[in-house]
Design a protein around this ligand. Structure first.
Ligand code: CAA
Ligand code: FAD
Length: 378
């Protein structure tokens, strides 16, 4: 690690230790974290990590960003997913495909944390098969009228601006994956309706909502790039987004390992600390090894991305391995804690619940395997 990377990792670690970890249990119980946390992340530069300095970002490389994100997730996975979506998806899509006016208008407040971003691709009937989405954009004078519904949107009401994928083809001339546009939509737009907030198993403090577009007018100035390429832009964004989720999963697993190491040292049975039993030592060793391997794969993919390589395969591998690793590690952590691992009084119960969704969102494990296999034959 360079001096700069160490500094940023330590800044994220201190913030997570001081401002996130002590509240994670309460935020999970209340299914909410305060908006001030987003403001503080913004003040530290954590919401513009990958954006160039000319747009008020920190202009950091992917490796450094992912190190910081892992630390934030070690403190609280719900805050980390809000940060991951914002940094990896809407901001990167606008940076890659936006006009100069769009970058000036949206990226600067997003980098400073004054606007929290989200990404609205999924629908109730189009999750893994995202290209089957049905929300429709109809061309009118000066812009587009959007109608339809989106499901599972992180930051969908809590956030300020969403990049929303909607069909721009017509019912008479469907063009599949090449008939979708990406629109920049502030959440205070007339016709943007926030629906049910999901009552989730884990990452409960992160907001996940359904949203509806009801005759919502979006001016041409808020269409991103080519109106038929929004789905492709979204998949390109997800190549980076999945690396964020991999780092986040690594942070959850690291936290579970740390709690397990401490507990195995303190807990005594048969007259000795349980860490003295080989059965426990093997578990701890396997947990640490899975985490280190996942982290290495994340960093390998990050370096490839920074070198300008296409990272669909590596990114899916990192997301798959780190999320399944997080599930493995948190399951073992509950086992190390015995009965105490099964109750809310101890943190590993929450970490176990928080880990599960990393195997589902931004493409379930089965989809990551599909992408990897396709890429192997390319
Ligand atoms: N980058 C650029 N282009 C890509 C691409 C990529 N990574 N992957 C595919 N494409 C292109 C293809 O080349 C193809 O174009 P051509 O026809 O010109 O070759 C076009 O996109 C369509 O690709 P496919 O035929 O492969 O599309 P598909 O319909 O078979 O689906 C899929 C592919 C990989 C399954 C995709 O639908 C997918 O990733 N599904 C999962 C959805 C997902 O991850 N959702 C995440 C929502 S966000 C979220 O979840 C956030 C959160 O929780 C916190
Ligand atoms: P389905 O697609 O119905 O899948 C059900 C099962 O079938 C899965 O196990 C899946 O892997 C399997 N399956 C489906 N197709 C195949 C196949 N071809 N081969 C093998 N198995 C297959 N979406 C957004 O757009 N923005 C967000 O911000 C966002 N945030 C989210 C936050 C949370 C907490 C959650 C739970 C979801 C979020 N999502 C978001 C949606 C998420 O990306 C989808 O849930 C995910 O892509 C899976 O879609 P689905 O739930 O419809 O499951």
């Amino acid at each position: 690690m360079t001096e700069e990377q160490l500094q940023i990792r330590d800044l994220a670690r201190d913030f997570a230790e001081g401002e996130l970890r002590p509240h994670a249990e309460e935020w999970d119980r209340e299914a909410h974290f305060p908006r001030e946390i987003i403001q503080k992340l913004g003040e530290l530069g954590f919401l513009g990590m990958l954006l160039p300095e000319e747009y008020d970002g920190l202009g950091l490389d992917t490796s450094t960003y992912l190190m910081a994100l892992e630390e934030i997730a070690r403190g609280d996975a719900s805050v980390a997913v809000a940060m991951s979506v914002h940094n990896s998806l809407p901001t990167q899509m606008i940076l890659a495909h936006g006009s100069e006016e769009q970058k000036e208008r949206w990226l600067k407040p997003m980098a400073r944390g004054e606007m929290l971003g989200g990404f609205a691709l999924s629908e109730a009937d189009a999750g893994s098969d995202a290209a089957a989405l049905a929300a429709q954009a109809r061309k009118v004078d000066g812009g587009w009228i959007l109608n339809g519904t989106k499901a599972w949107i992180t930051n969908g009401g809590f956030g300020d601006v969403m990049v929303c994928m909607c069909r721009t083809d017509t019912p008479e001339n469907r063009r599949g994956a090449k008939g979708i546009g990406a629109f920049i939509v502030p959440t205070n737009t007339e016709g943007y309706v926030v629906g049910k907030k999901e009552d989730k198993m884990g990452q409960r403090a992160s907001e996940t909502v359904g949203i509806a577009f009801q005759e919502m007018f979006v001016p041409d100035a808020q269409l991103l790039g080519d109106p038929s390429m929004g789905f492709i832009y979204a998949l390109q964004g997800l190549d980076g987004g999945r690396l964020g989720i991999a780092a986040l999963a690594t942070g959850i697993a690291q936290s579970a390992l740390e709690h397990s190491l401490r507990y195995a040292d303190e807990r005594r049975q048969f007259g000795t600390a349980i860490r003295e039993f080989q059965g426990m030592q093997f578990k701890l060793a396997d947990m640490a090894t899975r985490i280190e391997a996942g982290r290495s794969l994340v960093q390998r993919a990050a370096q490839a991305k920074d070198a300008g390589e296409k990272v669909s395969r590596l990114s899916s591998m990192a997301k798959l391995f780190a999320s399944e690793g997080a599930m493995y590690v948190t399951t073992q952590a509950v086992q190390v804690f015995g009965g105490y691992g099964y109750v809310k009084e101890y943190p590993v119960e929450r970490l176990f619940r928080d880990a599960k969704v990393t195997e589902i969102y931004e493409g379930a494990s089965e989809i990551q395997r599909t992408v990897i296999a396709r890429e192997l034959y390319r």
